[in-house]
Design a protein around this ligand. Sequence first.
Ligand code: XMP
Length: 512
Amino acid sequence: MGLRIVVVDFGGQYTHLIARRVRELGVYSEIVEPESLREALEKGGVGGIILSGGPKAVLEAGAPTINLNYLSRLDIPILGICYGHQLMAKEFGGELARSSYREYGRMKVRVIHEDELFRGLPSSFWVWMSHWDTVIKPPEGWIATSISEKGIITSMSDGKRFYSTQFHPEVSHTEYGSKILENFLRKICKINPWWSPGDQVSRIIEEIRNTVGEDERVICAVSGGVDSVTTAVLVSKAVGERLYSIFIDTGLLRKNERENVENTLRNLGIKNLIVVDAAGRFLEKLKGVRDPEEKRKIIGEEFIRVFEEVSSKIENVRWLAQGTIYPDRVESGKASRHSALIKSHHNVGGLPEKMSLKILEPLRDFYKDEVRAIAKKLGIPREIWARHPFPGPGLAVRIIGEVNEEKLKICRDASAIIEEELMKSGVYDMVWQAFAVVGDDRWIGVMGDDRIEGYIVTIRIVESIDGMTADWHRIDYEIIDRISRRITNEVFKVTMVTYAVSSKPPSTIEPC
Ligand code: XMP
């Protein structure tokens, strides 16, 4: 195992992005809270530390900090980014000032001293910044290595082990950002690429095998999403027929989803697959319910009930395998409005305590892209790992108002057309999510000689990095025309198609 990078989380919105970028450069990285840094270092194997950005200003009372003097006694290079840059200035005796204006967005910086961090970069390039405070004087013995067009110090170093940037090299708007991080890893920390998610497969399987007792059984709720399918395949490779995979058809799934998932899992050698048709139960519970959060609650509770009924019939179950991934575990003060619900769904509620199950989370240290790489390595088909994310409560959050059979069919059929057309035109892989939404508003249409009051289908196609923010996709007119015609021709009772042109914020991705 090579040396790893520790990213200290001061609550900045880009902390996960830093960790991901480092891993993309072939070095394993983990995120730690400032208070846990010492513990992480004591474990050994740390080749570099990155101090992340944060929402507070270092000069503010109660701003988080770490003991940099303690760190300066270790022989580990440190890169401070944004908040980390200011923290280094403050702790090592530099001078900071509150700016009279906020530097925000893209701006040009000029390199005034080419150190190892900027090796091979042009003398001037665009960066992404967002801050009020500024370092006006580097600590004794340090030098400013770049400045902005307004003359503000945008990076500095002690020329040996400490480097910092006011801008964000991890953000794609920063030109050469990846090169800067690469320089830090290779030239300063001296770590060559050694890690890739696909290479971890045999280690993960071995770990599961060593964790689960010889005669113990494992249950796993599979949804058809990449996380749960990958989890099930890894566990099945480790414990074989002692894994029981449970797929619950809530009736809120996408077109042909149940058949597809069932076939895929069987083809992947999953033996004890239990498919439960619970559509009737879910629809009955959702009758007359219009409130979005109420819908979510009902679905979550019913899911747990069904799962519990099925799993309690399997003997000697000791483990619950879950597809929890790294961002689900590490909070960075930016949980989405649904995170609590996503988690409770993930955890299948209080089931572990109730059935006294131990939790198995083989993907707990991986990001989504890395899970995809593992899925590929395991031979999981593209339809699973390349499919857009689908919310736990399914089509219920894409149906405004009451969920009923008629609206479900419209939502399902129209979404299938959208996905099909986007795949044909190559747009599918470029966007985060693409689906149909249906509510109760009506639009008069003509069908032959008859006038009918039909449904309005809204198409939602968004681009996003992580679902936290999103932009509506500027779709080609020809494609939207094809989709619209197909929906009104092929989906019963739809008389109008609209396109959602609001981003997140202010809107959310799902309508409810
Ligand atoms: P919003 O609608 O909040 O969605 O912009 C952000 C991302 O989260 C997904 N989402 C959910 N996922 N349970 C889930 O498992 C939910 O209740 C839920 N609501 C939204 C959504 O699909 C998008 O990717």
